[in-house]
Ligand binder design. Sequence first.
Ligand SMILES: [Zn+2]
Length: 175
Amino acid sequence: MCGGLARWLRVLGVDASYTPGIEDGELVRHAEAEGRIVLSSDGKLFERRGFTTRRVRGVRLPVGLKLLEQVGFVVRELAIRPAFPRCTLCNGVLQEVPRADVADVVPARSLIWKRDFYRCTDCQHVFWEGTHWRRIRAAEARVLGEVPDGPFVTAPGAKHDRAAPKTTAGPAESG
Ligand SMILES: [Zn+2]
């Protein structure tokens, strides 16, 4: 459940760490070491020392929310303003790459019609604006309560300069 939330937050440009099956103590240490906000619906987790001593900040997700409702809750709670997306697979930074560099991985049809291509600097996965992106943007607009103002657009040179909160997704209450 929280893995899906982490992917969504990455779409919104949030530095969202997620480690499936991470042990609670390890999660809290990781959050403290990297200055991350822990997101979880597990009330027990927030009784741990890091939280009670306020060294680590946590946001408790209400139980029973659907995924997009969770995203909306976190966006409001942390006052997140969407920024340039991060890699939804690994949370890496996306970098614009020339068409010629991705010709071997992008289908010919997309290569002809699409203008912007991005490669994850960590896992090397290639992304481009397509029907999948449009669906994501439409859902994002619903979450943010906005009307989409066009396709995946970026301002050159202004991609990563806005500090977004860093988060880490903890376990769900049901485990
Ligand atoms: Zn990646």
